[in-house]
Ligand binder design. Structure first.
Ligand code: E4P
Length: 287
């Protein structure tokens, strides 16, 4: 059962409808799901095929992704299902948009994921202007989040998510949860049309801190949801203290939300590495 004091929406981070079914049964609710190429590659059916030494054709892998998100959408018809466009470092905004339009037609409740890069933002600007629901992924800085805000100005609240990746910042010694706090503080100066979706959640501490901060959405792997459920779905109040375990603080920066998206500094090595990894994981599925 959804706790009365829960203000955030909870998504499952995964690529397996069977796991989504289990999560729904375990929590009694789920507000949506995020997928990505790596998570689709980890889907048990995809893994089984690869273990047999087989691969998908380009058409088959898209059909498979379509099948997975259709199942997820049927499980969470009122929720949101994030579908990620294929993007390597050479993929153009035009190509991403073409993919996005197709994927958006797969289900009625899609949010289309674009990387928070210059090409990704160019595509997202057009997609959002046309009313498509979008989720900007691989966000690692406050400036990138400001660019997402600027690129989607005018969009309806609920149509735009930004996904800061906390675990990947932690992995290199930076306090990812502080980026969430910083983005939320920055967005408080704005019109709230972008929702903060805490992603790359690795442990219960991330989830509890995200809830305490009031992150609009958190996408959480099944194992962490299970830990949360085992503890009775606690929603921490002001008394909770997050243990950043000595991670380096990420200072807040005063960044105006009034510029055009391409006036913000967009580069981040983790956005590049993340794009490379997603595209490699996807290509490894294809003959
Ligand atoms: C979800 O939208 C993200 O793709 C996901 O949370 C990334 O998590 P990871 O950093 O554990 O791969």
């Amino acid at each position: 059962m959804r706790p009365d004091t829960l203000r955030s929406r909870i998504f499952l981070d995964g690529g397996d409808p069977h796991e989504a079914q289990q999560a729904l049964a375990m929590l009694g609710f789920l507000d949506g799901q995020t997928t990505n190429p790596t998570l689709i590659a980890k889907n048990p059916q995809a893994k089984k095929l690869l273990e047999k030494g087989q691969k998908f054709t380009r058409e088959e892998i898209l059909n498979f992704y379509h099948f997975v998100v259709r199942e997820l959408s049927a499980l969470m018809p009122q929720g949101s299902i994030s579908i990620e466009v294929y993007a390597d470092l050479a993929t153009t905004a035009k190509d991403m948009l073409l993919q996005a339009e197709k994927m958006n037609g797969w289900i009625h409740n899609a949010h289309i994921k674009f990387p928070t890069s210059a090409e990704g933002l160019k595509a997202a600007e057009q997609a959002a202007a046309g009313g498509m629901r979008i989720n900007m992924t691989l966000c690692f800085t406050q400036e990138q989040a400001a660019a997402v805000y600027a690129a989607s100005r005018g969009a309806k609240r609920g149509n735009v998510f930004v996904s800061p990746f906390v675990g990947r910042l932690d992995d290199r010694g930076e306090d990812g949860m502080q980026l969430i706090a910083n983005i939320m503080k920055m967005y408080a100066q704005g019109d709230s049309h972008v929702e903060v979706l805490t992603a790359s959640v690795r442990n219960l501490g991330h989830l509890l801190r995200g809830l305490q901060l009031g992150s609009d959405i958190l996408t959480v792997p099944f194992t962490v949801l299970k830990e949360w459920a085992d503890q009775g779905l606690p929603v921490p109040g002001r008394g909770y203290t997050y243990d950043a375990k000595g991670l380096a603080p990420i200072p807040y920066r005063d960044i105006p939300l009034t510029l055009n998206w391409d006036q913000y500094h967009l580069d981040h090595d983790l956005t590049v590495k993340g794009t490379e990894r997603f595209s490699q994981d996807w290509n490894a599925l294809i003959t």
